[in-house]
Design a protein around this ligand. Structure first.
Ligand SMILES: Cc1cc2nc3c(=O)[nH]c(=O)nc-3n(C[C@H](O)[C@H](O)[C@H](O)COP(=O)(O)OP(=O)(O)OC[C@H]3O[C@@H](n4cnc5c(N)ncnc54)[C@H](O)[C@@H]3O)c2cc1C
Length: 65
């Protein structure tokens, strides 16, 4: 996400930085064409998708959800 998303209400009061691919809504990740600044390629979308799954697992482990 770009820096402006950190100023949104959802991030107020959270002490951590966003994970890679995390959106302006904490715990929600974006991959592929929908991601801001994506390069619109299949291989990128697939790779980012696999990264997002890994990062969701990390988010769940770190937040104890
Ligand atoms: C004509 C064309 C040619 C292309 N040629 C190439 C190429 O040669 N090489 C290359 O690397 N890339 C190419 N691309 C780009 C490539 O297709 C995309 O970058 C890639 O498909 C992105 O994958 P994605 O999973 O992010 O999005 P998508 O493939 O768009 O998948 C998103 C999915 O979400 C579904 N969806 C949307 N809204 C909802 C909803 N509310 N609820 C549930 N499902 C929803 C959609 O129906 C869709 O199935 C081309 C794109 C186009 C349009």
């Amino acid at each position: 996400m770009d820096g402006s998303a950190l100023e949104g209400e959802a991030w107020q009061g959270l002490s951590r930085e966003p994970y890679l691919l995390e959106t302006g809504l904490p715990g929600v990740f974006a991959a592929g064409d929908v991601r801001s600044g994506s390069i619109k390629r299949v291989a990128s979308a697939v790779g980012e998708g696999s990264m997002a799954v890994r990062l969701v697992h990390q988010y769940l482990a770190d937040t104890g959800v």
